[in-house]
Design a protein around this ligand. Structure first.
Ligand code: GDP
Length: 469
């Protein structure tokens, strides 16, 4: 499909045992032969043989077999690194094209120099996501699978990771293909009856088939929000008046000392943001500076940031001091967060209680309340469970196939189109109206797997990948 050969470092930069540099395209093998000298196959040493394009190098590089040797500069012949190399001829490769890989030492120099050698030998530096784009365009994986590959790389919790792996394996893709296939017949029937009169066609009621497809689409949609929570995490604002123990609680949840804990009120001036896996759900925890009026300009800035953190949060964790009576600030905060997905942590449970769950219920009747001690760690497991439960919105644990908002949006369009088709069908509207809606549903579904992806959409998706992916 492409006539140029791309190359990039596929592993993350930095000190590491091994780095992988890969190339894809028609000249992959030839380029590898120009920069790689296999060591003797009899195992009598690692002395490279020259020149690079030796018959032995040709013979040693059998498909999909790792070969030990040296990478050399294709212009000067100087040794660059000791490495293993492999060629994977297309179409049975990641991209569907001829692929070559060099596994050299990690670190700052080796990968860069090996890549430099490949470029000097005729490869072009790959664009971000270009390997995956080629894999998609060559039909090695569909769009939903390619996106799931990125999710595997970016997953922060084992649950998110597992869902992403399901996506790579084609769980969603299969479901989408099934629905598209089930829509083929009713669509063909509807389109045929535009051109022929009903009498010329075998009688068929497309209603049940459309309703079945709609039910499957709605089934996928029902789990989507949960999948998105697992994939994206839950932005949680930790709010509370100064000194109730927000930073201490954040630290306790993170089991690390990222936020500054201090005994001076109002010193958490900036917001602190951390990720944590709580009861299997990924959270972005934002510790806000005390939301209170202040004359200190620095603190005011922090307060402004807290307010915006509060506005953009998916969930609010309101911290109250259980060892002190309710303060006016607590009431004001409660008023600000009422109606939001909310969990109340009644902190300092290790001290004599001055504020109980009943007081919290009187203040915020719908909020879930957990007594904790950030200092001693009491109640944290329960708090984690409560946060996870609230984040999932009370949804029963499922194995969602959909976890990407793009897929959810496309499913939503398919749902609307199928609803409109069924309505037109029930109202006995002309078959071309019904057919157009079914076609729109098929197109929307095809955007998920990529059958109906525009170039712009592909650009948007693959440019988010890193170089070498
Ligand atoms: P923030 O201003 O809300 O972030 O509060 P901090 O986390 O800075 O805590 C304020 C003070 O309360 C510190 O002296 C903490 O050690 C103390 N503190 C926090 N959590 C607890 C707790 O569960 N029990 C007790 N006894 N003290 C706590």
């Amino acid at each position: 499909m492409y006539d140029d050969t791309i190359a990039a470092v596929a592993t993350a930069p930095g000190e590491a045992g091994v780095a992988v540099i890969r190339s894809s395209g028609p000249r992959s093998r030839e380029i590898l032969l120009r920069i790689f000298q296999p060591s003797r196959s009899d195992g009598s040493g690692t002395t490279p043989q020259s020149p690079a394009l030796s018959p032995r190098a040709e013979g040693a590089l059998e498909p999909r077999r790792l070969v030990h040797g040296w990478v050399v500069d294709p212009t000067g012949g100087e040794r660059i690194d000791e490495a293993l190399a492999v060629v994977m001829p297309g179409p049975r490769s990641f991209t569907g094209e001829d692929v070559a890989e060099v596994h050299c030492h990690g670190g700052h120099l080796s990968p860069r120099r090996v890549l430099g050698a490949m470029l000097a030998a005729g490869a072009r530096l790959a664009e971000p996501g270009e390997f995956s784009l080629r894999a998609f365009l060559n039909g090695r994986l569909d769009l939903a699978q390619a996106e799931a590959v990125l999710d595997v790389v970016q997953a922060r919790t084992s649950r998110a990771h597992q869902l992403a792996l399901d996506g790579v394996a084609g769980k969603l893709s299969e479901a989408i293909r099934d629905v598209r296939r089930d829509l083929q017949e009713p669509r063909a029937h509807l389109e045929a009856s535009i051109d022929f009169s009903e009498e010329d066609l075998p009688p068929q009621d497309v209603g049940p088939a459309l309703a079945a497809a709609l039910a499957r689409v709605q089934g996928l949609l029902a789990e989507a929000d949960q999948g998105i929570v697992y994939r994206q995490g839950v932005r949680t604002a930790i709010v509370g008046r100064p000194n109730v123990g927000k930073s201490s609680l954040l630290n306790a949840l993170l089991r690390a000392d990222r936020a500054i804990v201090t005994e001076l009120p109002g010193t958490t001036r900036d917001t602190v943001e951390e990720t944590a896996s709580l009861a299997g759900v990924p959270f972005w925890l934002v510790d806000t500076a005390g939301l209170r009026d202040s004359s200190d300009p620095v603190e005011q800035l922090g307060v402004a940031r807290s307010r915006s953190a509060l506005q953009t949060a998916d969930l609010v964790l309101l911290v109250l001091d259980g060892a002190a009576p309710l303060a006016e600030e607590d009431r004001a905060l409660a008023g600000a967060v009422v109606g939001r997905p909310l969990v109340v942590a009644l902190n300092k449970a290790d001290l004599p209680s001055r504020l109980g769950p009943d007081d919290v219920r009187a203040l915020l009747p719908d909020a879930r309340c957990v007594s904790v001690s950030a200092l001693r760690g009491d109640g944290l497991a329960e708090l984690e469970q409560e946060l996870a439960r609230t984040a999932l919105g009370g949804l029963a644990a499922a194995d969602p196939s959909v976890s990407n908002p793009r897929h959810k949006a496309a499913l939503g369009r398919a749902e609307q189109a199928l609803l409109a088709a069924l309505e037109a069908h029930a109202a006995g509207l002309p078959t071309d109206v019904q057919a157009a809606e079914v076609a729109a549903a098929v197109t929307a579904l095809g955007e998920i797997t990529g059958e109906n992806a525009t170039e712009d959409l592909l650009d948007t998706i693959f440019s988010r990948f890193c170089i070498g992916k």
